[in-house]
Design a protein around this ligand. Structure first.
Ligand code: SF4
Length: 387
Protein backbone atom coordinates (compact mmCIF):
# COMPACT_ATOMS: atom_id res chain seq x y z
CA UNK A 1 0.00 0.00 0.00
CA UNK A 2 1.39 3.44 -0.87
CA UNK A 3 2.46 5.62 2.04
CA UNK A 4 0.67 8.88 2.71
CA UNK A 5 2.57 12.09 2.12
CA UNK A 6 0.80 15.30 3.13
CA UNK A 7 1.64 18.32 1.05
CA UNK A 8 1.09 22.06 1.22
CA UNK A 9 1.95 23.94 -1.94
CA UNK A 10 3.98 27.14 -1.82
CA UNK A 11 1.44 28.54 -4.28
CA UNK A 12 -1.69 30.31 -3.13
CA UNK A 13 -4.82 31.60 -4.83
CA UNK A 14 -5.71 34.45 -2.52
CA UNK A 15 -3.62 36.92 -0.56
CA UNK A 16 -4.76 35.33 2.65
CA UNK A 17 -2.65 34.02 5.58
CA UNK A 18 -4.74 30.82 5.63
CA UNK A 19 -3.28 29.88 2.23
CA UNK A 20 0.38 30.36 3.14
CA UNK A 21 2.93 27.79 4.25
CA UNK A 22 2.81 28.21 8.07
CA UNK A 23 -0.96 27.63 7.94
CA UNK A 24 -0.46 24.62 5.68
CA UNK A 25 2.13 23.30 8.14
CA UNK A 26 -0.61 23.41 10.82
CA UNK A 27 -2.86 21.33 8.57
CA UNK A 28 -0.07 18.79 8.00
CA UNK A 29 0.61 18.57 11.76
CA UNK A 30 -3.10 17.84 12.22
CA UNK A 31 -3.00 15.13 9.55
CA UNK A 32 0.03 13.55 11.23
CA UNK A 33 -1.88 13.67 14.57
CA UNK A 34 1.13 15.16 16.32
CA UNK A 35 -0.85 16.42 19.32
CA UNK A 36 -2.35 12.98 19.94
CA UNK A 37 1.02 11.23 19.74
CA UNK A 38 3.35 13.20 21.99
CA UNK A 39 1.72 13.15 25.43
CA UNK A 40 4.48 12.79 28.08
CA UNK A 41 7.05 12.14 25.34
CA UNK A 42 10.50 13.73 25.30
CA UNK A 43 10.35 15.15 21.81
CA UNK A 44 13.55 15.93 19.94
CA UNK A 45 13.05 18.22 16.95
CA UNK A 46 16.03 17.64 14.66
CA UNK A 47 16.66 20.50 12.32
CA UNK A 48 19.53 22.34 10.69
CA UNK A 49 20.01 25.70 12.36
CA UNK A 50 22.42 26.90 9.68
CA UNK A 51 25.81 28.39 10.32
CA UNK A 52 27.42 31.81 10.50
CA UNK A 53 25.23 34.22 8.44
CA UNK A 54 22.96 31.79 6.59
CA UNK A 55 19.30 32.80 6.47
CA UNK A 56 17.61 30.19 4.25
CA UNK A 57 17.16 27.50 6.89
CA UNK A 58 13.71 26.86 8.39
CA UNK A 59 12.33 30.19 9.61
CA UNK A 60 11.54 30.34 13.37
CA UNK A 61 7.86 30.98 12.50
CA UNK A 62 7.64 27.35 11.30
CA UNK A 63 9.64 25.92 14.19
CA UNK A 64 7.42 27.72 16.72
CA UNK A 65 4.31 26.07 15.25
CA UNK A 66 5.82 22.61 15.58
CA UNK A 67 6.97 23.35 19.13
CA UNK A 68 3.51 24.65 20.05
CA UNK A 69 1.82 21.53 18.66
CA UNK A 70 4.10 19.37 20.81
CA UNK A 71 3.35 21.47 23.91
CA UNK A 72 -0.39 21.36 23.17
CA UNK A 73 -0.15 17.59 23.09
CA UNK A 74 1.65 17.38 26.45
CA UNK A 75 5.13 16.63 25.08
CA UNK A 76 8.46 18.14 26.15
CA UNK A 77 10.05 19.63 23.02
CA UNK A 78 13.60 20.72 22.37
CA UNK A 79 15.55 21.42 19.18
CA UNK A 80 18.94 19.85 18.41
CA UNK A 81 21.64 20.26 15.81
CA UNK A 82 25.36 19.53 15.68
CA UNK A 83 27.50 21.53 18.09
CA UNK A 84 29.13 23.96 15.65
CA UNK A 85 25.73 24.95 14.20
CA UNK A 86 24.10 25.34 17.62
CA UNK A 87 26.89 27.73 18.64
CA UNK A 88 25.47 31.01 17.37
CA UNK A 89 22.05 29.60 16.43
CA UNK A 90 20.41 32.43 18.39
CA UNK A 91 22.00 34.95 16.00
CA UNK A 92 19.94 33.35 13.21
CA UNK A 93 16.71 33.53 15.20
CA UNK A 94 16.74 30.16 16.95
CA UNK A 95 16.40 31.45 20.51
CA UNK A 96 14.00 29.89 23.01
CA UNK A 97 12.10 33.20 23.22
CA UNK A 98 11.36 32.94 19.49
CA UNK A 99 10.84 29.24 18.92
CA UNK A 100 9.39 28.33 22.34
CA UNK A 101 11.93 25.72 23.45
CA UNK A 102 15.67 25.36 24.03
CA UNK A 103 18.27 24.47 21.38
CA UNK A 104 20.93 21.93 22.38
CA UNK A 105 23.96 20.34 20.69
CA UNK A 106 22.78 16.78 19.99
CA UNK A 107 26.01 15.11 21.10
CA UNK A 108 26.96 17.67 23.75
CA UNK A 109 29.14 20.77 23.39
CA UNK A 110 32.24 18.69 22.60
CA UNK A 111 30.44 15.97 20.59
CA UNK A 112 31.47 13.43 23.20
CA UNK A 113 28.02 12.24 24.20
CA UNK A 114 26.89 9.44 21.91
CA UNK A 115 25.95 5.75 21.70
CA UNK A 116 28.09 3.49 19.55
CA UNK A 117 26.37 1.08 17.13
CA UNK A 118 28.49 -1.55 15.42
CA UNK A 119 27.73 -2.11 11.76
CA UNK A 120 30.69 -2.51 9.39
CA UNK A 121 30.43 -0.71 6.04
CA UNK A 122 33.53 -0.04 3.94
CA UNK A 123 35.82 2.11 6.16
CA UNK A 124 33.19 2.47 8.89
CA UNK A 125 33.14 0.02 11.79
CA UNK A 126 30.65 1.70 14.08
CA UNK A 127 28.24 4.65 14.02
CA UNK A 128 27.92 7.09 16.92
CA UNK A 129 24.32 8.21 17.42
CA UNK A 130 24.15 11.49 19.34
CA UNK A 131 23.13 11.07 22.97
CA UNK A 132 20.23 13.52 23.06
CA UNK A 133 18.72 11.89 19.98
CA UNK A 134 18.85 8.35 21.35
CA UNK A 135 17.69 9.45 24.81
CA UNK A 136 14.50 10.97 23.37
CA UNK A 137 11.29 9.02 23.07
CA UNK A 138 9.86 10.79 20.01
CA UNK A 139 11.54 12.52 17.07
CA UNK A 140 10.28 15.14 14.64
CA UNK A 141 12.72 15.24 11.76
CA UNK A 142 12.24 18.75 10.36
CA UNK A 143 14.43 19.22 7.28
CA UNK A 144 15.15 22.10 4.95
CA UNK A 145 15.51 20.91 1.35
CA UNK A 146 18.56 22.11 -0.59
CA UNK A 147 21.32 20.95 -2.88
CA UNK A 148 24.29 19.07 -1.48
CA UNK A 149 27.81 18.77 -2.88
CA UNK A 150 28.30 15.13 -1.86
CA UNK A 151 25.01 13.63 -2.98
CA UNK A 152 23.07 16.18 -5.03
CA UNK A 153 20.44 17.06 -2.46
CA UNK A 154 19.73 17.07 1.24
CA UNK A 155 16.36 16.64 2.94
CA UNK A 156 14.83 14.24 5.48
CA UNK A 157 17.41 11.46 5.04
CA UNK A 158 20.39 13.74 5.22
CA UNK A 159 19.01 15.63 8.24
CA UNK A 160 19.13 12.37 10.19
CA UNK A 161 22.04 10.64 8.46
CA UNK A 162 24.61 13.32 9.18
CA UNK A 163 22.81 15.50 11.70
CA UNK A 164 22.04 12.77 14.24
CA UNK A 165 25.57 11.39 14.37
CA UNK A 166 28.54 12.69 16.34
CA UNK A 167 31.48 14.30 14.52
CA UNK A 168 33.78 11.28 14.05
CA UNK A 169 31.02 9.34 12.32
CA UNK A 170 30.14 12.27 10.06
CA UNK A 171 33.77 12.49 8.93
CA UNK A 172 33.93 8.74 8.36
CA UNK A 173 30.86 8.93 6.12
CA UNK A 174 32.55 11.53 3.92
CA UNK A 175 35.77 9.46 3.89
CA UNK A 176 33.78 6.43 2.69
CA UNK A 177 33.62 8.05 -0.76
CA UNK A 178 37.36 7.34 -1.06
CA UNK A 179 37.13 3.68 -0.03
CA UNK A 180 36.90 2.29 -3.57
CA UNK A 181 40.13 2.95 -5.47
CA UNK A 182 39.88 5.53 -8.22
CA UNK A 183 43.57 6.43 -8.84
CA UNK A 184 45.91 3.75 -10.21
CA UNK A 185 49.43 5.26 -10.16
CA UNK A 186 51.02 2.30 -11.94
CA UNK A 187 49.02 3.27 -15.04
CA UNK A 188 50.58 6.73 -14.99
CA UNK A 189 54.36 6.25 -14.64
CA UNK A 190 55.10 9.68 -16.15
CA UNK A 191 54.58 11.95 -13.13
CA UNK A 192 54.72 15.11 -15.27
CA UNK A 193 51.21 14.19 -16.45
CA UNK A 194 49.82 14.70 -12.93
CA UNK A 195 49.98 18.46 -13.34
CA UNK A 196 48.17 18.25 -16.68
CA UNK A 197 45.41 16.27 -14.99
CA UNK A 198 45.02 18.68 -12.08
CA UNK A 199 45.22 21.69 -14.41
CA UNK A 200 42.42 20.23 -16.54
CA UNK A 201 39.92 20.58 -13.70
CA UNK A 202 38.38 24.07 -13.48
CA UNK A 203 36.94 23.31 -10.03
CA UNK A 204 40.18 22.25 -8.26
CA UNK A 205 38.44 18.99 -7.55
CA UNK A 206 41.40 16.80 -8.42
CA UNK A 207 44.65 17.68 -6.69
CA UNK A 208 47.96 16.09 -5.77
CA UNK A 209 47.51 14.05 -2.60
CA UNK A 210 49.08 15.95 0.31
CA UNK A 211 49.78 12.75 2.22
CA UNK A 212 51.00 10.75 -0.78
CA UNK A 213 53.02 13.03 -3.08
CA UNK A 214 52.94 11.78 -6.67
CA UNK A 215 49.38 10.51 -6.29
CA UNK A 216 46.02 12.16 -6.89
CA UNK A 217 43.18 12.96 -4.50
CA UNK A 218 39.64 13.69 -5.69
CA UNK A 219 37.54 16.17 -3.71
CA UNK A 220 34.23 14.48 -4.51
CA UNK A 221 32.23 17.49 -3.27
CA UNK A 222 33.69 19.78 -5.92
CA UNK A 223 33.54 17.25 -8.77
CA UNK A 224 30.59 17.47 -11.16
CA UNK A 225 31.90 14.57 -13.27
CA UNK A 226 32.47 16.72 -16.34
CA UNK A 227 35.26 14.41 -17.54
CA UNK A 228 37.81 17.08 -18.49
CA UNK A 229 40.48 15.33 -16.36
CA UNK A 230 39.80 12.00 -18.05
CA UNK A 231 40.74 13.49 -21.40
CA UNK A 232 44.36 13.95 -20.26
CA UNK A 233 44.75 11.06 -17.77
CA UNK A 234 46.36 7.89 -19.26
CA UNK A 235 43.74 5.23 -19.88
CA UNK A 236 42.75 3.35 -16.74
CA UNK A 237 44.77 5.57 -14.40
CA UNK A 238 41.79 7.59 -13.11
CA UNK A 239 38.20 6.57 -12.57
CA UNK A 240 35.34 9.02 -12.05
CA UNK A 241 33.06 6.23 -11.01
CA UNK A 242 29.48 6.17 -9.70
CA UNK A 243 30.52 3.78 -6.93
CA UNK A 244 32.45 6.46 -5.03
CA UNK A 245 29.56 8.92 -5.20
CA UNK A 246 26.82 6.39 -4.47
CA UNK A 247 28.73 5.22 -1.39
CA UNK A 248 27.82 8.44 0.39
CA UNK A 249 24.14 7.91 -0.35
CA UNK A 250 24.26 4.31 0.84
CA UNK A 251 26.07 5.44 4.00
CA UNK A 252 23.29 8.03 4.53
CA UNK A 253 20.64 5.31 4.28
CA UNK A 254 22.52 3.02 6.71
CA UNK A 255 23.13 5.85 9.16
CA UNK A 256 19.45 6.81 9.05
CA UNK A 257 18.35 3.22 9.61
CA UNK A 258 20.57 2.99 12.71
CA UNK A 259 19.20 6.20 14.23
CA UNK A 260 15.60 5.26 13.42
CA UNK A 261 16.13 1.85 15.02
CA UNK A 262 16.52 3.62 18.37
CA UNK A 263 12.84 4.73 18.18
CA UNK A 264 9.63 2.73 17.98
CA UNK A 265 8.34 3.10 14.38
CA UNK A 266 5.30 5.19 15.33
CA UNK A 267 7.46 7.53 17.42
CA UNK A 268 9.07 9.33 14.49
CA UNK A 269 7.64 11.68 11.90
CA UNK A 270 9.27 13.71 9.14
CA UNK A 271 8.76 17.15 7.58
CA UNK A 272 10.48 18.68 4.52
CA UNK A 273 10.33 22.40 3.87
CA UNK A 274 11.24 22.98 0.21
CA UNK A 275 11.74 26.75 0.06
CA UNK A 276 14.75 28.88 -0.83
CA UNK A 277 16.65 25.84 -2.09
CA UNK A 278 20.32 26.72 -2.45
CA UNK A 279 23.05 24.88 -4.43
CA UNK A 280 24.79 23.48 -1.34
CA UNK A 281 24.22 22.48 2.27
CA UNK A 282 23.07 24.80 5.07
CA UNK A 283 26.36 24.28 6.93
CA UNK A 284 28.32 26.42 4.47
CA UNK A 285 27.69 29.48 6.62
CA UNK A 286 25.96 31.65 4.02
CA UNK A 287 22.89 31.75 1.83
CA UNK A 288 23.12 32.02 -1.93
CA UNK A 289 20.31 32.65 -4.40
CA UNK A 290 17.58 30.05 -4.70
CA UNK A 291 18.19 27.69 -7.61
CA UNK A 292 14.67 26.24 -7.79
CA UNK A 293 11.17 27.64 -7.38
CA UNK A 294 9.72 27.05 -3.89
CA UNK A 295 7.80 23.76 -3.85
CA UNK A 296 6.13 23.83 -0.44
CA UNK A 297 5.99 21.69 2.68
CA UNK A 298 5.71 17.91 2.95
CA UNK A 299 5.01 15.61 5.92
CA UNK A 300 4.92 11.85 6.39
CA UNK A 301 5.71 9.06 8.83
CA UNK A 302 7.53 7.34 5.94
CA UNK A 303 10.92 8.93 5.29
CA UNK A 304 11.38 7.14 1.96
CA UNK A 305 8.01 8.27 0.62
CA UNK A 306 8.64 11.79 1.91
CA UNK A 307 11.98 12.34 0.16
CA UNK A 308 10.67 10.60 -2.98
CA UNK A 309 7.60 12.85 -3.12
CA UNK A 310 9.70 15.94 -2.46
CA UNK A 311 12.14 15.02 -5.24
CA UNK A 312 9.30 14.26 -7.65
CA UNK A 313 7.67 17.63 -6.98
CA UNK A 314 10.97 19.44 -7.55
CA UNK A 315 11.54 17.39 -10.73
CA UNK A 316 8.51 19.08 -12.26
CA UNK A 317 10.32 22.41 -12.07
CA UNK A 318 13.49 23.69 -13.70
CA UNK A 319 16.81 24.81 -12.34
CA UNK A 320 16.98 28.62 -12.27
CA UNK A 321 20.26 28.67 -14.14
CA UNK A 322 20.79 32.42 -13.91
CA UNK A 323 20.91 32.07 -10.10
CA UNK A 324 23.73 29.52 -10.06
CA UNK A 325 27.08 30.87 -8.77
CA UNK A 326 29.45 31.35 -11.71
CA UNK A 327 31.98 29.04 -10.06
CA UNK A 328 29.59 26.15 -10.79
CA UNK A 329 28.36 24.89 -14.15
CA UNK A 330 25.51 22.90 -15.70
CA UNK A 331 26.91 20.35 -18.11
CA UNK A 332 24.04 17.88 -18.12
CA UNK A 333 20.35 18.56 -18.45
CA UNK A 334 19.20 15.00 -17.99
CA UNK A 335 17.28 13.68 -15.01
CA UNK A 336 16.55 15.58 -11.85
CA UNK A 337 17.43 19.32 -11.69
CA UNK A 338 19.77 18.70 -8.71
CA UNK A 339 21.65 16.26 -10.97
CA UNK A 340 22.00 18.99 -13.59
CA UNK A 341 23.98 21.00 -11.09
CA UNK A 342 25.97 18.37 -9.20
CA UNK A 343 26.56 15.89 -12.01
CA UNK A 344 25.13 12.58 -13.18
CA UNK A 345 26.75 10.41 -10.45
CA UNK A 346 25.12 12.52 -7.73
CA UNK A 347 21.66 11.24 -8.52
CA UNK A 348 19.48 12.50 -5.64
CA UNK A 349 17.17 9.48 -5.92
CA UNK A 350 19.87 7.02 -4.82
CA UNK A 351 19.27 7.63 -1.12
CA UNK A 352 15.60 6.65 -1.34
CA UNK A 353 16.52 3.57 -3.38
CA UNK A 354 18.95 2.47 -0.66
CA UNK A 355 16.49 3.43 2.06
CA UNK A 356 13.73 1.34 0.53
CA UNK A 357 16.10 -1.65 0.23
CA UNK A 358 16.85 -1.32 3.95
CA UNK A 359 13.12 -1.46 4.71
CA UNK A 360 12.80 2.13 5.86
CA UNK A 361 9.71 2.80 3.77
CA UNK A 362 8.17 2.78 0.34
CA UNK A 363 8.89 4.82 -2.78
CA UNK A 364 5.22 4.45 -3.64
CA UNK A 365 3.16 7.18 -2.10
CA UNK A 366 -0.18 8.93 -2.16
CA UNK A 367 0.26 12.70 -2.22
CA UNK A 368 -2.48 14.42 -0.24
CA UNK A 369 -2.69 18.15 -0.82
CA UNK A 370 -3.92 19.65 2.45
CA UNK A 371 -5.23 22.80 0.75
CA UNK A 372 -5.32 22.56 -3.04
CA UNK A 373 -4.73 25.88 -4.76
CA UNK A 374 -8.05 27.07 -6.07
CA UNK A 375 -8.19 28.01 -9.74
CA UNK A 376 -10.08 31.29 -9.78
CA UNK A 377 -12.22 31.77 -12.86
CA UNK A 378 -12.75 35.21 -14.27
CA UNK A 379 -14.05 36.42 -17.57
CA UNK A 380 -11.54 37.78 -20.01
CA UNK A 381 -11.46 41.54 -20.14
CA UNK A 382 -9.62 43.76 -22.57
CA UNK A 383 -7.20 46.13 -20.85
CA UNK A 384 -8.72 49.56 -20.43
CA UNK A 385 -6.31 52.24 -19.36
CA UNK A 386 -7.58 54.26 -16.42
CA UNK A 387 -7.74 58.06 -16.93
S1 SF4 B 1 35.44 15.10 -13.67
FE1 SF4 B 1 35.52 17.31 -14.04
S2 SF4 B 1 35.05 18.20 -12.04
FE2 SF4 B 1 35.60 16.08 -11.68
S3 SF4 B 1 37.77 16.13 -11.21
FE3 SF4 B 1 37.56 15.73 -13.41
S4 SF4 B 1 37.68 17.73 -14.34
FE4 SF4 B 1 37.27 18.06 -12.20
Amino acid sequence: MPSKVFFGSAHQARLDAKETLPAKLDLILDQLHIRDRVNKETVVIKMHTGNNMSYSTIHPVFVRRVVQAVKDGGGKPFVVDVNWDVAGAETRGYASEAIGCPVYPAAGPDEKYFYEHERPYKNIKSWNVSGLIQDSTFMINFAHVKGHPSCGFGAAFKNIALGCLAGKSRSAMHDAMHYDQYWFPEKCPDKSILKKITDACPFEAIVEDKEKPGELHLHMEQCNQCGRCLRVAPEGSLLISPVNFHTFQEACAISTSITLSTFAPEKVTHLNLATHMTPVCDCFGFTSMQILPDAGIFGSDDIVALDQATLDAIAQTKLIEENIPTSMEVHTREGHPFRWLHGPHKDPYKVVEYGEKLGLGSREYELIDVLPVEKLERSSMPYIAAH
